[in-house]
Every structure is written in structure tokens, then in C-alpha cells.
Ligand binder design. Structure first.
Ligand SMILES: Cc1ncc(COP(=O)(O)O)c(C=O)c1O
Length: 285
């Protein structure tokens, strides 16, 4: 089972328990991050911690650690768990307090937990591409906060799972927003198009890396809202996330995209992304 972090201490995971009145448990009153680990090293660790800080600030929980302290603690956790290829899951809640919707009046210490998990790269899916469904985006209007409240995302993902699909592409009316746990991109005439980072989507760390790679490699990008019609007429579609990297979508609601094959721009971005991982974490096997 290994080790976990509970409030700044690395302890046996079986002993990392939280109170039933933890506000994260009762209300989803907290935020989280998932950080990829390759070759025992965090990929874009600092960027994830920056977003963690922003998410917690935006709901009025102050992160009780400085970024460097937290990074060092996570590095120690990786080492203790002897993690080579996997993820760190980390969450921060408002803390333990008698159940009441309003925030506690007295100062309550936030509760930080983190643990690691082995997680292989989805090599087969990245090579072949995955199917997706479309579903209305029923979530709240602060999807930019990486909140523990994920019911809307969960219901969308379950719908995809029941249809035998990898992801649910969400849309608000005619406009595509994002996947249930990923950002969505279309490629049209060589231009990569993805939703602008505003309150309707989570600003993916993987998305930031991809947009930077596009910029460095003269791949034109438009960060803007696109429609279901544009999605249906796209040359290529792909998604991105910490665990899925650059993942081709080759079927949407039983209709083939790019004749059911990953497209050339998607494949190029997969190569560039792999190089970026290797730059930060060393050669991948
Ligand atoms: C709703 C949502 N959008 C986008 C993403 C992609 O974010 P990242 O690239 O930081 O993993 C995620 C990741 O879990 C997500 O849950």
C-alpha cells in the first residue's frame, strides 16, 4: 500500500484517515491535482502546484505550504513509494468542522492528503485512437476551479463508459466545452482549435504544454469557442490530459473521424509531447 501524505507528514497509507466531518468528504469543499510521474520524476510539477494554489485561493482556502516545500514533500513521497511510472493524487479540503454550509467561523486547519499510484501510459489507445460520445455540459459555471465536486463530470464519464467509449465530449448548446476529464481539440486545415481558457473549462496543464509546442513548431492555433458543426466537420479531433497525454479521438457517437485513424497533426503533437516529457524526465522506455 505504501506511504501517503497527511498534513505535511509522510505516514503509512493505511493510517492516512480523515474525519467524517471533513468538509471535503461532506460537501466536496476542496480542490485537487493529479500530477504525472515518469522515471520517478514529476512532469510539470511546478505548474500543477501553481494551479493547485489558484484553485484553493479562489475558494478561500490558503495553501498551508510554500510551493518548494510541497514539491520537496511530493518528491520524498515518490521516493518512499519507489514510484517510477504513475501519478500523484493530491487534495486540500477546508478542514474538519461541525456540518454547516457556511464556512467555519473559527479558524480551521485545511486538510492536505496525497498518495501515489502506478499508472501505465495508454500506449495502445494513443496509437489507435479512442471513441467518444457527445453530451450536454450540465456543470456549474466555475469549471476553471479544480474542485472536488465532480458529479457533472462523473455523470458524463459514466454515460461514455456505458456506451463503451473513452470520453464524453461536453457541449453547452451548440458550443463544445471540454471532455469529462480532458480538454478537446479539433484540427481544421492544419489549424489546431481549442476552447479558450475561461470559466467554462479547466485550463489543462497538458493543454498549456501542447499550445506551447504548437507555438515553437509553427503549428497554427486558435483558442476560441467552436461549435458542434465544426466538430462534425473537423479533419482531426483529439483530447489531452495528464494521464491521456495527446489522445486521438477517432469516433464520435458512432461516426468515424479521420476515417477512424489518428490524423497527421495529432501524431506530430504526440511525438513533440513525448520529446517534452523526455526533456523534463529523461528517456522513456
Ligand atoms: C474537466 C477537465 N478538463 C481538463 C482536464 C485536463 O487537465 P490536465 O491536462 O491538467 O490534466 C482535466 C483533467 O483531469 C479535467 O478533469
Amino acid at each position: 500500500m505504501g506511504f501517503a501524505i497527511l498534513n505535511g507528514n509522510i505516514i503509512d497509507r493505511s493510517e492516512a484517515k480523515v474525519d467524517v466531518e471533513d468538509r471535503g468528504y461532506q460537501f466536496g469543499d476542496g480542490v485537487y491535482e493529479v500530477i504525472r510521474v515518469y522515471n520517478g520524476k514529476m512532469f510539470t510539477g511546478a505548474e500543477h502546484l501553481e494551479r493547485f494554489g489558484k484553485s484553493s485561493d479562489s475558494i478561500g482556502i490558503s495553501l498551508p505550504y510554500r510551493t518548494e516545500e510541497l514539491l520537496a514533500l511530493l518528491e520524498e513521497l515518490i521516493e518512499k513509494n519507489n514510484l517510477q511510472l504513475g501519478i500523484i493524487y493530491m487534495q486540500l479540503t477546508r478542514g474538519v468542522s461541525p456540518r454547516n454550509h457556511a464556512f467555519p467561523i473559527e479558524k480551521v486547519a485545511p486538510v492536505l492528503t496525497a498518495y501515489t499510484k502506478e499508472f501505465a501510459r495508454p500506449d495502445e489507445s494513443m496509437k489507435k485512437g479512442v471513441p467518444a460520445i457527445l453530451t450536454e455540459d450540465i456543470r456549474w459555471l466555475r469549471c476553471d476551479i479544480k474542485s472536488l465536486n465532480l458529479l457533472g463530470n462523473l455523470l458524463a464519464k459514466q454515460k461514455a463508459a456505458e456506451a463503451g467509449c473513452f470520453e464524453a465530449i461536453q457541449h453547452r448548446g451548440e458550443n463544445v466545452t471540454e471532455g469529462s476529464s480532458s480538454n478537446i481539440y479539433i484540427v481544421k486545415n492544419g489549424v489546431v482549435i481549442t476552447h479558450e481558457s475561461n470559466n467554462l473549462i479547466l485550463k489543462g496543464i497538458t493543454k498549456d504544454v501542447i499550445l506551447e509546442l504548437c507555438l515553437e513548431n509553427n503549428i497554427p492555433v486558435e483558442e476560441r469557442t467552436f461549435t458542434l458543426e465544426e466538430l462534425a466537420n473537423a479533419d482531426e479531433v483529439f483530447l489531452s490530459s495528464t494521464t491521456s497525454e495527446v489522445m486521438p479521438i477517432v469516433e464520435i457517437d458512432d461516426k468515424k473521424v479521420t476515417e477512424g485513424q489518428p490524423g497527421p497533426v495529432t501524431k506530430k503533437l504526440q511525438k513533440l509531447f513525448q520529446l517534452e516529457i523526455e526533456n523534463q524526465c529523461g528517456k522513456l522506455k
